[in-house]
Design a protein around this ligand. Structure first.
Ligand code: HPA
Length: 233
C-alpha cells in the first residue's frame, strides 16, 4: 500500500491508463479488460488490473487537476514500479476547426501552474510526450480512420476563468486544446525516466462554445480508450 493507493505489491501492471474520472476507469475495465480485479477504492479512486487481448494492463482514476493527478502518478511510479502512463482525458478546443470527438495527442503542455516554476527555481521546463507512444497512438488512430491532431496543449490550474479571453494568448502561440493535467504528467515521467502520453478527446470548443452531449461523450470515449489500450506495451 502507498499513502493514497490500497493495492498490494504486484497488483498494478507496468502500463496504466489514467482517466480523470474513476467511473471511466471502471467503464474501461468492464468494457475492455478480461479478468479485471479492483486494486483500489481509497477515496473512491477506482483502479483495476486485467488483460486486454492477452496483455496485462491497469487503469485508474486520477481526479482533476495537477495536484490530484501528481499524487497518484508519483505513487504509481515510485511505489508500484509503473513504467508507462497514458492519460485518457477530455479537453476544450482552442481552435474553431477542431470538432467535438476529435482526438488530440499532446506533444508538450504549457501551463499556468507554478509547480515547475518552484521545481526549477523560476526557470522554464519544456515537458514532452514519449515519442514512441505518440507515434504508435498516431498510427493507430490513422489506421482506424479516427481524426487526430498532434501539437502543443495548455494545462490550466483553473477550469473557470474571470477573463473570457483567457484562451486567446495560448491559441495565438499554437496550443490546440486546454485541459488540466498533462504538464505534470510529462514532467514526472521525465523525472523518473518512464514513458507518458496524453490522449485527449475534444469535449467542448472554447472558441465556438459547442459542448458534447452525453451521447457524444459515450461514443468517443471508448475510441480513445481503445487507442490507449493498443498503445500500451
Ligand atoms: N478547460 C479545462 N479543462 C477541460 C476543458 C476546458 O474547457 N474541457 C475539458 N477539460
Amino acid at each position: 500500500m502507498s499513502i493514497h493507493i490500497g493495492a498490494q505489491a504486484g497488483e498494478i501492471a507496468p502500463a496504466i491508463l489514467l482517466p480523470g474520472d474513476p467511473l471511466r476507469a471502471r467503464f474501461i475495465a468492464e468494457r475492455f479488460l478480461d479478468n479485471a480485479i479492483c486494486f483500489n477504492q481509497v477515496r473512491g479512486m477506482l483502479g483495476y488490473t486485467g488483460y486486454y487481448r492477452g496483455k496485462r494492463v491497469s487503469v485508474m482514476g486520477t481526479g482533476m487537476g495537477i495536484p490530484s493527478q501528481a499524487i497518484y502518478v508519483n505513487e504509481l511510479i515510485r511505489e508500484y514500479g509503473v513504467k508507462t502512463l497514458i492519460r485518457v482525458g477530455t479537453c476544450g478546443a482552442l481552435r474553431a476547426e477542431l470538432k467535438l470527438g476529435d482526438i488530440v495527442l499532446a506533444l508538450t503542455a504549457s501551463t499556468n501552474s507554478q509547480i515547475n516554476k518552484l521545481r526549477f527555481g523560476g526557470m522554464d521546463y519544456a515537458p514532452a510526450a514519449s515519442f514512441g507512444l505518440l507515434l504508435k497512438a498516431y498510427e493507430t488512430a490513422k489506421r482506424r480512420g479516427i481524426p487526430v491532431a498532434v501539437g502543443g496543449i495548455y494545462s490550466s490550474d483553473t477550469f473557470y476563468n474571470d477573463d473570457p479571453d483567457w484562451w486567446k494568448l495560448w491559441a495565438a502561440y499554437g496550443a490546440l486544446v486546454c485541459e488540466m493535467e498533462t504538464n505534470a504528467l510529462y514532467t514526472l515521467a521525465a523525472k523518473y525516466q518512464v514513458e507518458a502520453l496524453s490522449i485527449l478527446t475534444v469535449s467542448d470548443n472554447v472558441v465556438t462554445g459547442e459542448e458534447a452531449t452525453a451521447e457524444m461523450r459515450e461514443r468517443s470515449f471508448p475510441q480513445m480508450a481503445e487507442i490507449a489500450l493498443e498503445v500500451a506495451p
